[in-house]
Design a protein around this ligand. Sequence first.
Ligand code: BDR
Ligand code: CA
Length: 314
Amino acid sequence: MNEPLHVWLDADPGFDDYMAWALLEADPRFVVDGVGVVAGNAPLERTLSNALRIKALHGLATPVYAGCDRPLAQAQVTAQDVLGENAMKSVGRTLPAAQAALSPGHAVDALIAHVRAHPQQVVLLAIGPLTNVATAFMRAPELPGLLKCLVLMGGSTDRGNATAVAEFNIAADPEAAQCVFDAGIEVLMFGLNACRQVEVGPEHVALLRHDGGEQALLFADLLQAYTELIPGRQRMAVFDPTPVAWLANPAWFGLEPARVDVELAGRLTRGMTVCEFRVPRRAQANALVAMQADGDAVMDWAMRTLRGFLARRV
Ligand code: BDR
Ligand code: CA
C-alpha cells in the first residue's frame, strides 16, 4: 500500500463536516493530522462543541484546535436558520454531550507549525469559511508553498445557496476566500456545481438503519434530517464529503483550470465565485475547478467506508 495522505482538516461542524471527517478517519489511505475548527455553520462555541463531541464519541486521537470566531471583515453569518441551533438537526438521537479535550493553542498557529514541520507533505482540506486558512496565509506567507495541496469545498460555477449566486463558505467570509485564491497556490475547488452531482437520500439512511448499533443509528437520525432539509425533497447534495472522495479517487471527477475571484462588492453578488475558464487566454489560472462528479461511485464508497467506521467499537 502507498504511504497514507496526511490531511489537515479545517472545518465548521455541521453534519456534512462530521461526515467528511468520519470518512477521513475511516479510510486507511488517510491520516488526519489535526482539525482546526472555525465559526461558520454556527458560532465557534457550537462548531467546537460539535467537534469535541465527535472526537469523544468515536474515541479519536486527532487533535482538535479552536480557530477564528469571526470573519475577517464582515459581520458573522451562520447557517443555523437552515441547519438548526446546533447545526446538526436530527430526527431522533443527537450527539452525546460528552466532549473530548481541546488541544492547547490556536488552530491558526497549530496549522502553521504543522505545515512548517512537514513541508510538501500536508493536504490542507478546508470545508468551512476560509478565515483560519487566510489568517494562516497572512501570518506565514510561505505556507501555501509548503503545502502538498489545498483542497476546498466552497463556491460555485453557477447557482449559490447562501444567496442566488454565493455559496455559504465563501459568503460567510468573502475577504478570507479572496485571500486564499490570491495566495499563489493552485486551489482545488469543489463547489456546489460539483457537489450537487452527489446526492444522499432515503436509501442511504436505510442502509445505516439496517446495520443498527448505537453509532449507525445516531448517524442515520442525523443523515435523515440532513436529507429532509429541503421541504418535500428527501434528497440532499453532499457538500463537504465530496472533496474527500476526490482525495480517495480522483478518477471519479473531472476538473478544469480557471481563474477564480470572489466578488467583494456587488449589491446582489457579494460572495460569488467568478470563474473565468478562458485561461490562459483571458486570465492566469489560480484553481482547478471540479465540474463533473460520478455521484453513484462516490456514494458507494462513502457508504461502504462509513458503515465500517460506525460499526467500530470504541
Ligand atoms: C457548505 O456550507 C455549510 O453549510 C456546509 O457545511 C458546507 O461546508 C455548503 O455550502
Ligand atoms: Ca462545512
